[in-house]
Write a protein that binds this ligand. Structure first.
Ligand SMILES: Cc1cc2nc3c(=O)[nH]c(=O)nc-3n(C[C@H](O)[C@H](O)[C@H](O)COP(=O)(O)O)c2cc1C
Length: 214
């Protein structure tokens, strides 16, 4: 059973029957994600991922949150893409998940690291051959003269390796965001929303939880 950590200030009532309760923010995120998969029409794991370039200019795009671990949130991409370049220059990111069907959001930010080659291989090899071939063929974020060029390059990868042996390019891998701050938000009547922020000083530190004004 989930330990009720997040309580109202009177210490007696859990907010909204335990909606915000959890032993840690990863279990709580996992629980909200499971509920989102039951109510969202598609891609409940789509999140907006923000990075910055060297000048501090923010950039944002959707990616799929593939793994919620005890310690981090993992997405996969091409490290030679725009976001990959930005993460190489500033290895910190923020993300937000928003589920309209539930009226909830989770936002987080913190340092980012590459996941192990084994973990990236495992996810890469679980993907459809066309997706694996596309990851090899696509020079993500760089100009493309025509769609057909990529279609042909993808077909050539499948032809060259065969569908069971498409190798994961070393520049296509997972990134783990290890938040120092995670906020859980739920829609309330007449804009009286509920917000709880979990913060810690280091990626392995203890969490502090605060209720915030909406
Ligand atoms: C719902 C959705 C999910 C996406 N998931 C991913 C993903 O998991 N990885 C990825 O590299 N791009 C994904 N994309 C494409 C990115 O939004 C983006 O176009 C691409 O990664 C290039 O971004 P960049 O030029 O900022 O690096 C997704 C797009 C959408 C709309």
């Amino acid at each position: 059973m989930t330990k009720p950590i997040v309580r109202d200030a009177d210490g007696r009532n859990e907010t909204r029957n335990g909606l915000f309760s959890g032993d840690n923010p990863y279990d709580l995120s996992e629980r909200w994600m499971t509920e989102a998969w039951q109510s969202e029409p598609n891609d409940a794991n789509a999140m907006a991922l923000a990075t910055t370039n060297k000048a501090g200019l923010p950039n944002v795009r959707m990616v799929l949150l593939k793994e919620i671990e005890q310690g981090g949130f993992v997405f996969y991409t091409n490290s030679e893409s725009a976001k990959g370049g930005e993460l190489a220059g500033n290895s910190q990111a923020a993300f937000v998940l928003h589920w309209k069907s539930l009226g909830r959001q989770i936002r987080a930010r913190g340092p980012v690291e590459a996941v192990s080659a084994e973990q990236s291989d495992a996810y890469f090899n679980s993907r459809h051959p066309q997706s694996r071939a596309g990851a090899v063929a696509s020079q993500q974020s760089r100009p493309l003269d025509a769609r057909d060029t990529l279609v042909k390059a993808t077909a050539a990868v499948r032809e060259k390796y065969g569908d069971d042996h498409i190798p994961r390019p070393s520049h296509w891998h997972g990134y783990r965001i290890r938040p120092l701050e995670i906020e859980f938000w739920a829609d309330g009547d007449h804009r009286l929303h509920d917000r709880f922020r979990w913060t810690r000083d280091t990626p392995d530190g203890e969490w502090t939880i605060e209720r915030l004004n909406p």
